[in-house]
Write a protein that binds this ligand. Structure first.
Ligand code: SAM
Length: 361
């Protein structure tokens, strides 16, 4: 595994925000707890360092896993159905971290939007797909796995003159993504549908760029997720996964510390995430396929200004009033944002990029 050399030390972590987390016995909370417990059981029976192994060994456990996944998917769909228009109104059509210059300070909203585009460009550069001059390197068929409202798809389709298909669990996002494609005159190039990344509605070998920008953390079965990304990649195609991971375990370490796990659990509850895995685990999963140029890097330091900025935007009058109107899932997500900052600061949460290429046949 290779990593970029990082010398920049962020200074924007500390935010004096106190989190008030109401406890209740409501069924949604119980569902989330049941999901987390099941995810943890599945994780402990898999070889991953926290990722959820999928297939249980008997019918009962399969049934339990499938019902927990259904609940998770429903939660994810509702979360994004509810929160996407608020995000779009304030942040625009990219629902991912920005990639910032070292020592970035006094970053304006337009700088944040530029940083989100830079994230896409840096990811392409990391995967050696940035050479626009070389037509052989330009992807022609792209899949955007976990597409949000289609910001990456529209950008990639325009940049490469490519066809792009996006999938999301959220019907509201798929509809909005299609509407934005029409509004931008891209309806003949990009299209979006509701579909599960773990059972993609695509043929084998269909795409020469398989793009997953901050959706992997929602996947309850990382093995199945990676298998699907590899399956739909064309020979010679590139896979780019940008995702939240937990830190790699040290030698002799079998699990995260309980305080670390407990912080991640709170984040899971708020953002509809299953158990996390490490970057090393993704690399291991990719290595189990015949892939080339597998590379990973920790970009946590380059994304440092992001969450403080999102919190600041939620504390503006427009942000705050929109948040109050948005619904309970969005409010719970907003209250958990400082936990992401804590996780990064502790070195527990890693913002990871993992890329590889499927060999030409
Ligand atoms: C944080 S948003 C990222 C959106 C987009 N990639 C972007 O950068 O703007 C996460 C996305 O992952 C999608 N997602 C989560 N789990 C999924 C699954 N199992 N199948 C398809 N999409 C999924 C959500 O619906 C949402 O669109």
């Amino acid at each position: 595994m290779s990593a970029t050399s990082l010398s920049w030390k962020p200074s924007t972590w500390e935010l004096p925000v106190k989190i008030v987390r109401p406890r209740s016995n409501n069924p949604n909370r119980l569902d989330r707890l049941a999901f987390r417990r099941c995810a943890m059981e599945a994780a402990s029976s898999s070889s991953s360092s926290g990722g959820v192994g999928g297939s249980g060994s008997d019918a009962d456990s399969d049934k339990k896993t499938s019902s927990v996944w259904k609940q998770l998917h429903k939660g994810i769909a509702e979360f994004y159905d509810e929160s996407s228009s608020l995000w779009e109104n304030i942040w625009g059509d990219h629902m991912h971290h920005g990639f910032y210059q070292p020592n970035a300070s006094n970053v304006s909203l337009s700088d944040h939007r530029a940083a989100q585009i830079r994230m896409i460009e840096e990811a392409l550069r990391f995967a050696a797909l940035d050479s626009e001059d070389d037509p052989t390197k330009r992807p022609k068929q792209v899949v955007d796995v976990g597409c949000g409202i289609g910001g990456s798809s529209r950008y990639l389709a325009s940049k490469y003159d490519a066809k792009c298909q996006g999938i999301t669990l959220s019907p509201v996002q798929a509809q909005r993504a299609n509407a934005l494609a029409s509004a931008h005159g891209l309806a003949d190039k990009v299209s979006f549908q509701v579909a599960d990344a773990l059972e993609q509605p695509f043929n084998d070998g269909q795409f020469d760029l398989v793009w997953s920008m901050e959706s992997g953390e929602h996947m309850p079965d990382k093995t199945k997720f990676v298998n699907e990304l590899v399956r739909v990649a064309a020979p010679g195609g590139t896979i780019i996964i940008v995702t939240w991971c937990h830190r790699d375990l040290g030698p002799g370490e079998e699990a995260l510390q309980s305080s670390e796990q407990s912080l991640l659990n709170k984040i899971c509850d708020a953002f509809y995430l299953p158990a996390w895995c490490s970057t090393a685990h993704y690399v291991q999963l990719l290595e189990s396929h015949s892939l080339q140029d597998i590379k990973a890097a920790d970009w946590s330091e380059y994304v440092a200004p992001f969450w403080p900025a999102v919190i600041r935007s939620a504390l503006t009058w427009k942000g705050f009033t929109s948040l109050l109107r948005s619904g309970s899932k969005t409010i719970r997500g907003a209250l958990a944002m400082p936990l992401m900052i804590q996780g990064y600061k502790k070195g527990l949460i890693k913002f990871a990029i993992i890329t590889c290429r499927k060999p030409n046949q």
